[in-house]
Design a protein around this ligand. Structure first.
Ligand SMILES: NC(=O)c1ccc[n+]([C@@H]2O[C@H](COP(=O)([O-])OP(=O)(O)OC[C@H]3O[C@@H](n4cnc5c(N)ncnc54)[C@H](O)[C@@H]3O)[C@@H](O)[C@H]2O)c1
Length: 336
């Protein structure tokens, strides 16, 4: 079976989805859509399929669509997702949305609720966990090699001068870091956070508008202790991300999502090192692995509650993010 795909929003990331689908023999792009005519037209030419300038128009064409990538952006990179996602879900089409699911919790709840009500597969491109190295580490955890997990530390940072909102950094970047933390630690019960604005010469009082650095303590429901370090004033030679999961019997460190994985047994010096597991060389390749999984799960018609990195997972992450903001604003530990 060839899965019939539509892509809504063919800007930077929509075009990455497009390239990934084109290389996947299990699917075929049958429609593209963007409110910017030139973008829709260019993508349509590239795919040899019709291009549309609104989701409504695309749905009215009666082209058979079996799954859609939703790659709009908007305020805090999530403000535009709601309306086209609701239109697609209302029409009975499974959706793979970009992250953040939304910058607005109420709208995120509504999209997840609609997908549930219509029994539709709804995934989010939380691609950082879709690496062979993360899968290997997950196998270690499931097999009990780490013993009981006590601590999860995550650092994720990039250079990003975007100043469009005070909360852009936490809402737009940290769906990724917190999703990986939930992947290993499960649901979060409480958070406590501090933020710092980085320096900017021409900013108000020489500071950025965006709360560009953050330190968060997390208490997971199972008692595991977590810590997140995030920054938009870092990256470059600092790398992208480091995950450390510490258990009673062993710990692992996963550097840059897919690049370096180290296993440290607590009571022995016999460490294990893996570099570029599965041949995955850099973070950019996670678009292919995440989308391949989405295609595979749709071709297999898995039940919506089986979707990896689902809308519900993304909603849970967004709830953590709003609790982090509340913690800083109120100076309190916030329960979810
Ligand atoms: N998963 C990742 O690793 C990753 C990395 C970077 C960005 N992103 C996410 O990708 C998303 C897209 O980012 P981008 O940089 O491609 O943005 P972009 O602005 O380049 O592209 C968005 C496109 O959506 C179109 N659009 C907006 N509303 C529309 C609608 N109702 N119908 C059809 N088209 C519409 C715009 O015209 C634009 O062409 C964001 O949510 C961002 O957070 C994800």
């Amino acid at each position: 079976m060839t899965l019939k795909i539509a892509i809504v929003g063919v800007g930077n990331i929509g075009n990455i989805h497009l390239g990934v689908y084109q290389k996947n023999p299990a699917c075929k792009i049958v429609a593209v859509c963007d409110i910017i005519k030139e973008r829709a037209d260019r993508a349509a030419t590239q795919c040899g399929c019709p291009g549309f300038y609104s989701v409504k128009e695309m749905l009215a064409s009666a082209i058979q669509i079996e799954a859609a990538s939703m790659c709009t952006a908007g305020v805090e990179n999530g403000g535009d997702h709601y309306t086209p996602t609701m239109e697609l879900l209302s029409a009975g089409i499974p959706v793979l949305g970009e992250k953040p699911i939304s910058n607005n919790l109420q709208q995120a709840e509504e999209m997840v609720t609609l997908a549930h009500r219509k029994n539709l597969r709804y995934g989010i491109n939380l691609n950082h966990r879709f690496t062979p190295a993360a899968s290997r580490a997950k196998e270690w955890v499931s097999a009990g090699r780490l013993g009981e997990i006590n601590i999860i530390n995550m650092t994720m940072w990039i250079n990003n001068p975007n100043e469009t909102s005070p909360w852009f950094h936490i809402r737009a970047l940290h769906p990724h870091s917190l999703d990986v933390m939930r992947y290993f630690g499960g649901d979060v019960e409480k958070v406590q956070a501090f933020f710092k604005r980085g320096p900017r010469q021409d900013g108000p009082n020489g500071r950025r508008v965006c709360w560009s650095n953050v330190q968060v303590n997390l208490l997971f429901k199972n008692g595991v202790l977590g810590h997140l370090t995030g920054s938009y004033d870092a990256g470059g030679s600092y790398g992208l991300e480091t995950l450390e999961v510490v258990g009673s019997e062993a710990r692992f460190v996963l550097v840059d999502a897919c690049e370096h994985l180290r296993f440290y047994p607590r009571f022995s010096q016999e460490t294990e090192s893996y570099d570029y597991l599965g041949g995955m060389m850099s973070f950019g390749e996670t678009f292919s692995s995440r989308i391949a999984r989405w295609v595979e799960q749709n071709v297999a018609k898995v039940s919506p509650d089986q979707i990896d990195a689902s809308g519900e997972d993304a909603l849970k992450v967004q709830r953590i993010i709003e609790a982090i903001i509340k913690s800083w604003e109120t100076g309190t530990v916030v329960s979810l």
